[in-house]
Structure formats: C-alpha cells, structure tokens
Design a protein around this ligand. Structure first.
Ligand SMILES: NC(=O)c1ccc[n+]([C@@H]2O[C@H](COP(=O)([O-])OP(=O)(O)OC[C@H]3O[C@@H](n4cnc5c(N)ncnc54)[C@H](O)[C@@H]3O)[C@@H](O)[C@H]2O)c1
Length: 406
C-alpha cells in the first residue's frame, strides 16, 4: 500500500494556442506512465476548443473529460473530482481563475508570466498560502537540455571561467501595417489584458532563464518605447497597439554581473541578433533569439581556440551528473520543455512536494520585466526588490486599478 500513489485528477482551463503544447505533453506522459493522471474536465468559453480537447484526451486516455465553458461552473460541479488545474488563459485571467481554483482547494499550474502585474502574482501567492496548496509557474524554457547544460557550464563545470557580462540584442523589422490590412484585435494588444508587450510576454522566459543561470537581478536602467504606431481592427474600429516595440535595458545582478537586453522590430535595412554571454576565459555565443535560448547549437568558445556546441557539451554534462540526476531532470528521457513542466506539475501534486518553478519564482522573474517598465516610466534606476515590495508602481498602477488589485 505504501507505494500506491493516486492518479492526479486534472482540469485544463483555457484550450487555446499554448494549451495544445501542454496537451501534447500530457499525451506523451500518458504513454510513458498511464497511471500518472487523468484529465477529468476541460474548459474554454469557446465551446469548439473545449470539445476538441475533450476528443483529444478521450483518444489518449480512453475516457472523455467533462466539457465546460465557464470555470465557475466547472469548479461548482467538479471540485470534488479534482486535485489540480492547469491554467492557460490570457494574462488578466491568471489571478482571477487561479485564486478561484486555489480557494476550491486545488493545486494550480499557471502559464507564465503568472499574473498580469506584480500585485496579481502576489495575490495568487497569498491565496496558495491560505489554501495550503501550491501554484506552479508553467515555464518550459529552462527545462531544455541546452539550458540545463548552460547552467552546469556556468555554475559547476566552469570550462570558460566565471560569467562577467552578457549582451542579448535582437534588432528586427516588421514593416508598418498598411491601411486596410490591419490584423484582428486580440487580447495581447491591450495592456489591460496582457500587462505589456514582449518585455513581459516572451520576456518572462528570458528573465526566468537569466535568474536560473546567474541568480537575482538587483536593479535595472531602461528605456521602453513604441516607435511605430500599429493599428489593429476591432469590429469596425481601428485600435492602436499600446505595447512597446523597442527597449534597451541594462541589468545589474546581485553578483556584480551586468547584462544588456535590447529588442526592436522597427529597424529597416539592417537586422541582426547577437546573444553572447562572456566569461573570464571565453564566451557562450547563442545562435537564437533574445528570449528562448541558449539553444543547443550555441557555441562555447574558449580563448585557447577550442569550440564546442552546447549539444556536444551536454554529453559531458550527462556523464558528470550521472544517470540518477539526469533522469530527475529528464524523466523517461523527455526533453520537450512543455512535457517536462507538465510532468513536474503532476509529480509534485502526486508526491506532495513543491514544483521546481513556484509562483515565487514566477514573481521574481516577472519583477525583472516590470522593473524595466517602471525604470522607463520613472526615468530612474529601479531596484527589483522595490518592484516586488510595491514601492515603485507607476507603469502598473492603471492596470492594477483596472482590475481592482490593491
Ligand atoms: N510557454 C510558452 O512558450 C508560451 C507561448 C505562448 C503563450 N504562453 C502563455 O500561455 C497563456 C495563453 O496564451 P495563448 O497564446 O495560448 O493565448 P490564446 O489566446 O491562444 O489562448 C487562450 C485561451 O484561453 C481561453 N479563455 C479566455 N477566457 C477564458 C476563461 N474565462 N476561461 C477559460 N478559458 C478562457 C480563450 O478562449 C483561448 O482559447 C498566456 O499566459 C501566455 O503568456 C506561453
């Protein structure tokens, strides 16, 4: 009996874009460990999306989940049949739905950036404490083999010495929207629904990764702007996208490390991306973008001329940590970050342990993004801790007021 662990009874709320990658993950987990979980209910206000997920789950688990179009009805009817909820909604709903699930006594995993503002995230954190349940941040990027290898490179192996500085710069060009060809409005375009643009959205991944690799960011200096106005069509009206298209941010870490993180999509005729992490005896040169790396084909270049990719180095990493630790990071040899985040969530619920990336981690990562917005809004250097403590809240205040977040 002691070894008998209960199947996790799961609901999925929000069956849009990213939830498809969670579902692929659950399908993969089901094949490897059929007794790990069962999807009991799915929910999306767009009924066809929820139905599609119910069909999909039925096909890999043999039993069709209940379908809901309202999370309140789901909680009313299914709470006793559930242990946990995986929430994949637009940002403004993270805290509203997350807190309702926690108050119903269910563990939650909420997609990054876990809350629309710092206050929203703290409200989720407090609800989790009150309920004695956990809130996990769904974060897939740091779980990849290259990112885990980069952690080992900088924190244990030290092949290129100690990290000193980094440049993560992505300069691209998105041609201005032509009249009559405006894209359809969606929730990401308005910061009352999204909280911000790429500093916060894909930026949540970069901020989590740099914290994971290099520790806490102490303070930031930054300028954030929209340079090219971009209209979207909402019904018959044209609405301006109020998110940033450009930023330059200097990050100073508690350790003394400094980094420049900059992005634009307004630079015609000469686009470039340079993401390079410098250490005392070499550099890690990423080939990817300024959000989702470092990638497996990133090159570890030693000042003595030796060059190896992170993919090559991952074999040394595996040998160095041994099979037991490797299997903890990559159970069933899963390497897809979404599968791994879903597995960590289920396993944490099943074994009554904290997930790897908690709501507190999500808060600390997003506080870097908000420190960048706040530094630009105030024209001051901003300490990340002051953003967490609510001492600086110029950019976020209207969003907090809009959602009644005190
Ligand atoms: N990890 C990643 O790489 C990654 C990538 C994209 C998005 N995301 C995150 O995933 C989340 C969702 O983004 P997306 O791109 O999938 O958005 P999306 O718009 O494609 O999907 C959101 C879904 O939520 C549904 N929804 C809206 N209101 C709801 C409600 N009250 N109850 C239940 N469902 C509701 C929508 O109908 C839609 O199907 C965001 O937090 C986003 O930042 C993560």
């Amino acid at each position: 009996m002691a070894n008998e662990v209960k199947k996790v009874r799961l609901a999925i709320v929000g069956c849009g874009g990213i939830a498809h990658l969670h579902m692929q993950g659950y399908e993969q987990i089901k094949r490897a460990e059929p007794e790990k979980f069962e999807i009991v209910a799915v929910c999306d206000p767009i009924d066809e999306r929820a139905q599609e997920f119910a069909n999909w789950a039925e096909q890999f688990q043999g039993k069709r989940p209940q379908v809901y179009t309202d999370h309140e009805v789901l909680l009313k009817e299914e709470t006793d049949n559930l242990d946990a909820v995986d929430i994949n909604t637009p940002h403004h709903l993270h805290h509203l739905i997350g807190i309702a699930c926690l108050e119903a006594g269910l563990h939650v995993m909420i997609e990054k950036p876990i809350g629309i503002t710092v206050k929203a995230t703290k409200a989720i954190m407090e609800a989790a404490k009150r309920a004695g349940k956990f809130a996990a941040t769904a974060e897939n990027i740091r779980r990849g083999v290259p990112q885990r290898t980069a952690w080992w490179l900088f924190n244990e192996n030290k092949l290129i010495g100690e990290i000193t500085l980094f440049y993560a710069i992505q300069v691209g060009y998105l041609p201005p929207t032509q009249p009559g060809q405006e894209p359809e409005w969606h929730w990401r375009v308005n910061k009352f629904f999204s909280g911000g643009g790429l500093v916060l959205d894909s930026g949540a991944h970069f901020c989590d990764t740099i914290r994971y690799l290099f520790g806490e960011v102490k303070q930031v200096h930054a300028v954030v702007k929209r340079i090219v106005p971009r209209p979207f069509r909402k019904n018959d009206e044209l609405v301006i996208d109020d998110r940033e298209d450009t930023w330059m941010a200097v990050l100073e870490f508690e350790s003394g490390l400094m980094g420049l993180w900059s992005y634009t999509n307004t630079a015609p005729a000469h686009e470039f991306t340079q993401v390079v992490y410098y250490a005392t005896e070499g550099a890690l040169v990423d080939i990817g973008d300024a959000f989702h790396g470092p990638r497996g084909d990133a090159l570890v270049k030693h000042v003595n001329g030796q060059v190896r990719s992170l993919n090559e180095l991952s074999k040394d990493f595996r040998a160095a940590i041994g099979e037991e630790k490797w299997q903890k990071l990559f159970p069933h040899d899963f390497t897809n970050g979404f599968t791994l985040e879903c597995y960590d969530f289920l396993d944490a619920v099943q074994n009554n342990r904290p997930p790897e990336i908690t709501v507190e981690d999500g808060l600390r990562a997003k506080a870097i993004s908000f420190a960048i917005y706040e530094a630009s809004a105030t024209g001051q250097t901003v300490k990340v801790q002051d953003v967490i403590d609510g001492n600086v809240e110029v950019y976020q205040r209207p969003i907090n007021e809009h959602w009644g977040l005190q």
